[in-house]
Design a protein around this ligand. Structure first.
Ligand SMILES: Cc1cc2nc3c(=O)[nH]c(=O)nc-3n(C[C@H](O)[C@H](O)[C@H](O)COP(=O)(O)OP(=O)(O)OC[C@H]3O[C@@H](n4cnc5c(N)ncnc54)[C@H](O)[C@@H]3O)c2cc1C
Length: 373
């Protein structure tokens, strides 16, 4: 026997929880989450502090109002970044989960959705529910029957948090297409740099393709042993992509990063210096002669994969969802929210903003559609 609901939310992450809180209480709603806890990725966001949104986002006011309405105060920090006032991502997850519970939502944990079918205007969702012990042999098939589905199961970045791209398979089975997906907001590999592992330096990073600058970012550069990391590096990775008809491997040879490790010092100030030690730390100074301190070139050998990526490039085309209601244009009654969509921003709260914004829009539309009936 299928469990019957007005609305099933697939994915108990950022978008799924925000929608669960906002869908009208009169609508019998459940959340299906494959992990044993809700909001596992949210707990890891912002280094455990959860950078909720950014003042530069047009929709940030609505997000802040939403969190204030559920009792979560926020704090503005540098570069427009908002965090929970307590500075703890776990408080964001707890308040969302508590409010969803108070709204009467049924939360099915260890419940992995395998398929969705639409029949006679309703959806049949098939899932596997694992027991708390969690072994594959303990999994039991379960099914849900509902009038509307919100697909909020994220992208492919950070599979260790439960996001393994299932949403793409579910959406395409209901008629959607998929723009090629690739890991973004991740570290860049530049070859062996073991001697620099753990060193941090403030600088400007410029990404070049065929020698032509594509973009620059300034901030803390972290040397990882086989490349560079840090927010300023992450933000350049969406641009490291293969062109038409070439593989990423073929494209990589065309990219390089140029580091200015003394962005505040003019060439005149550096004139006559014999070593970069005294500006740079010793290990870095041994690698970077003073003539190269403002333009140290490193080849791009690769970008770190899904496990290290903070976001997914590509996804379900935005054009396939109504921008106001987030209802699918391919399948009526299906709504899409969060990272499953092909819409990404840089580090700084932009991607969570995307999740809240699309989830709240979908919840409003679901409420309005129910009220019309
Ligand atoms: C380490 C890290 C730090 C980050 N820090 C920030 C930050 O500070 N600020 C910011 O703006 N962005 C940050 N991001 C990005 C941000 O977390 C995501 O963009 C955002 O969580 C996406 O929300 P979502 O609801 O679409 O997906 P998620 O929050 O990933 O939730 C999707 C949920 O769906 C579940 N699921 C998947 N498949 C199924 C299935 N078949 N059945 C049932 N459940 C399923 C998953 O287990 C998961 O819980 C960070 C990402 C990472 C990895």
């Amino acid at each position: 026997m299928s469990r019957r609901y007005d609305v099933c939310i697939i994915g108990g992450g950022a978008a799924g929880l925000a929608a669960a809180v906002s869908i009208d209480r009169s609508l019998k709603t459940c959340i299906l989450e494959k992990n044993p806890i809700p909001g596992r990725k949210l707990l890891a966001t912002g280094g455990g502090r959860c950078n909720l949104t950014n003042a530069a986002c047009a929709g940030s006011r609505k997000t802040l109002d939403f969190f204030a309405s559920i009792g979560l105060e926020t704090r503005l920090e540098e570069e427009g970044r908002y965090y929970p006032y307590s500075g703890r991502a776990s408080d964001v997850v707890k308040i969302l989960a508590d409010r969803a519970d108070e709204a009467g939502r049924d939360l099915y944990l260890n419940c992995e959705v395998r398929s969705i079918q639409k029949r006679d205007g309703r959806f049949l969702i098939r899932a596997e529910e694992k027991s708390a012990r969690g072994g594959a042999r303990d999994a039991a098939p379960v099914s849900f029957d509902c009038g509307r589905v919100l697909l909020a199961c994220g992208g492919k970045a950070g599979p260790q948090y439960g996001t393994t791209g299932d949403g793409y398979r579910l959406a395409t089975s209901l008629g959607h297409s998929l723009n090629r997906v690739y890991p973004i907001l991740t570290a860049v590999e530049c070859g062996d740099m073991e001697d620099l592992k753990g060193i941090r330096a403030r600088g400007k990073v410029t990404l070049k393709k065929d020698g032509v600058p594509l973009a620059s970012e300034t901030g803390e550069i972290q040397f990882t042993g086989d490349g560079i990391s840090g927010i300023c590096v992450f933000n350049l990775t969406p641009l490291i992509r293969a062109g038409e008809g070439e593989t990423l491997q073929e494209a990589l040879g065309r990219f390089e990063v140029c580091l200015d490790l003394a962005p505040d010092l003019t060439d005149e100030r550096l004139e006559g210096r014999e070593s970069s030690f005294g500006i740079l730390t010793e290990a870095l100074a041994e690698r970077v002669p003073v003539e190269e301190i403002k333009d140290w070139r490193l080849p791009v050998r690769g970008v770190k994969g899904w496990r290290q990526a903070q976001c997914t490039g590509g996804g379900i085309p935005l054009s396939e969802a109504d921008p106001v209601t987030m209802e699918s244009r391919c399948c009526g009654g299906l709504y899409l929210a969060g990272e499953i969509l092909d819409r990404q921003g840089p580090c700084g709260g932009y991607n969570l903003q995307n999740a809240w914004e699309t989830a709240l829009a979908a919840a409003e539309a679901i409420n309005a559609a129910a009220a019309e009936k």
